[in-house]
Design a protein around this ligand. Structure first.
Ligand code: M6R
Length: 608
């Protein structure tokens, strides 16, 4: 997804600062990049298709770009028009004096473009962003803030913008609606970015801009105003992530780092939230809605992608433990189910990034129907965190690799804890709650045992890395794990995989089984183990290959991956999933693929 970095300050080497910020945003996924900076009272711009290194090569050919203390930069993930130099940001006004970088989508850009063309403007790109630049240029009468505010009254859609103007050399403006923008405040400089990763290298003091706010920076001073130009006072927050946390920590890939750090981060997710004495859960972020939870009669767990598979797990947890019926809904499908939502519905929105447009749209719709909306979100200050009534953070640190791993595990644990919390309000037995809590506490050690021996999964990966198709089967709580395992291998290995319930096999999938197809079977000890063993037998009888994930060696399979037994049907699937994450990682590694930035994918999908 697109990324923005902008700088204003006393440092005269703005270019390396911008490029370094862009590199911190690479994990979001992009296909072109560009910068524009003031240098010798003129705005210079350079753009390149492909990775930041290509942009650096272009920049290095041009010496005037080196000096300057105000600039804007962008990584673009193509939406309107393909990845070309013409479509790359920054875009500029007709007279090339006003330059803009933009994240988001302008809904009425065609209409505005036609009006501007009628006024005689010429367009060089297919983007909606060029329309913004030309529009601001057409409204400019000597005061950039006035022109940008006037433009906000005409634009509809989602945008985070940073804008500079050749006639106002020390001015940098940032503005946002429905797309994130964070402002880093240091002694001698101000950095704006679409997420904090691009800022933490220079400062940990940040201001999160809200929708309908504009920051007007003049060198190192600033005003934040509403779209009605009323000055607003904003608190400065302190980020608790350091640069080290946001880097690979010595591993070859962020993905491996993020899989292996789960024992620690899951402790962080759970920390301070379990009340041992009463076998209860206490989420500080839900205190203010606790009395409202007593009135709810239905739960909707919302998410998309990996967050949806966590929601499926949550649906099963709530239905088993909470005494309230639950259903998982995939965010882009929400609009077709909204008639089930009313003021007695509790909608729990799952989103690692907190910026997923489909999920945000569904939340806004659910709020209109009076639902209580809370979130389980990793990114502090993100849109989902701000628009929900209350919520719980994952506390797992930044997830950089595009494929989600630690976020899923944390979402699963936190949903289980939500189910226990509600269940304890509605008659869930102390001893049952206590047994699950004991298993949750075993989870980090079980994951550590797997992490200590993670290289052993490579030998299993060698059995399947050249395959074209795979099946993943699980039952009950392992069914969402089968879905997630199949998604993970699809995303990073580009192997076609299907996740299904073991019970579904006979209803169609079994037609695919032959001696070339491998099935990954989740067969750990639980109340449905016998049924899973029967499914494995069905596959073996048709000469299919089976790799089982189990607590002891199974005799009738081609390979068994052993996992520690945490003795809980609810928690064991989260242990099993770590194996599927590692399997996907090692298969992708053997296939020599771009593991952290798989093709066609973006970390944060901020368009519907
Ligand atoms: O940030 P979110 O949790 O809202 O993201 C939702 C999905 O886009 C995300 O889980 C996606 O499916 C990942 N690439 C999965 O690995």
């Amino acid at each position: 997804m697109c990324g923005i970095v902008a700088y204003s300050g006393k440092n005269n080497s703005v270019l390396p600062i911008l490029v370094s910020g862009l590199k911190r945003l690479e994990y979001r996924g992009y296909d072109s990049a560009g910068v524009a900076i003031f240098s010798n009272n003129i705005i210079y711009s350079k753009k390149a298709v492909g990775k930041i290194v290509s942009l650096e090569e272009v920049i290095n050919k041009n010496s005037p770009l080196e000096v300057g203390n105000v600039g804007i930069a962008h990584t673009r993930w193509a939406t309107h028009g393909s990845a070309t130099i013409e479509n790359a940001h920054p875009h500029y006004s007709q007279d090339k004096k006003i330059w803009v970088v933009h994240n988001g989508i302008i809904e009425n850009y065609q209409e505005i473009k036609e009006q501007l063309i009628r006024q005689g403007m010429r367009f060089e790109s297919e983007t909606d962003t060029e329309v913004i630049a030309k529009l601001i240029g057409s409204l400019y009468k000597g005061d950039l803030r006035e022109a940008v505010l006037a433009a906000t009254r005409l634009l509809t859609g989602a945008y985070a913008l940073c804008i500079i103007c050749e006639d106002e050399p020390n001015r940098l403006i940032g503005v946002k609606i429905s797309s994130p923008l964070v402002v880093g405040i240091a002694d001698d400089e101000i950095i704006i970015a679409s997420d904090v990763s691009a800022i933490i290298e220079r400062t940990k003091k940040v201001i999160y801009l809200e929708d309908g706010e504009l920051i007007d920076i003049n060198n190192t001073t600033y005003d934040i105003v509403s779209f009605h130009n009323k000055v607003k006072k904003k608190a400065i927050s302190e980020i608790d992530w350091d640069l080290e946390t946001a880097t690979k920590g010595g591993y070859d890939h962020y993905l491996l780092k993020e899989i292996l750090e789960q024992p620690q981060v899951i402790k962080d997710s759970v920390r301070g939230r379990i009340v041992n004495e009463t076998a209860d859960i206490n989420f500080g972020g839900l205190i203010e809605v606790r009395s409202r939870l007593k009135q709810i009669d239905k739960i909707v767990v919302l998410g998309v992608g990996t967050s949806f598979y966590a929601a499926k797990l949550g649906e099963l947890y709530f239905n088993a433990l909470s005494g309230v019926p639950a259903i998982a809904v995939m965010s882009p499908e929400y609009r077709y189910t909204k008639n089930i939502i009313n003021d007695k519905t509790w909608l729990i929105a799952m989103s690692q990034s907190g910026e997923t447009a489909d999920t945000i749209a569904a939340i806004n719709e659910a709020k209109k129907h009076g639902a209580l909306v809370t979130g389980i979100v990793n990114t502090v200050g993100s849109t989902v965190a701000r628009i929900t009534d209350a919520g719980v953070y994952n506390h797992i640190g930044p997830e950089i690799s595009v494929a989600s791993t630690k976020a899923f595990t944390s979402q699963g644990v936190l949903l289980l804890m939500h189910a226990i919390m509600l269940g304890r309000q509605r008659g869930l037995d102390y001893s049952e709650a206590s047994a699950i809590i004991t298993a949750i506490k075993k989870l980090p050690d079980a994951m550590q045992e797997i992490a200590n021996n993670h290289q052993s999964i490579e030998s299993i990966a060698k059995l399947i890395y050249q395959d074209k198709n795979l099946l993943y089967i699980g039952r009950q709580y392992n069914y969402p794990i089968a879905l997630e395992g199949a998604l993970k291998i699809k995303e990073i290995s580009y192997i076609h995989a299907e996740g299904l319930s073991g019970g579904e096999l006979k209803h169609g999938f079994i037609a695919l089984i032959d001696n070339e197809l491998s099935t990954i079977a989740l067969a750990t000890n639980d109340s449905v183990t016998d049924k899973m063993h029967a499914n494995i037998a069905e596959i073996k009888a048709r000469h299919g290959k089976v790799i089982a994930i189990a607590n002891q060696n199974l005799s009738n399979v081609d390979a068994t991956i052993l996992v520690p037994d945490v003795q809980s049907d609810f928690v064991q699937p989260l242990v099993n999933n770590v194996i599927l994450q590692l399997l996907a990682y090692y298969v992708a590694k053997l296939r020599n693929l771009n593991i952290d930035q798989p093709r066609n994918l973006a970390k944060s999908v901020t368009v519907e």
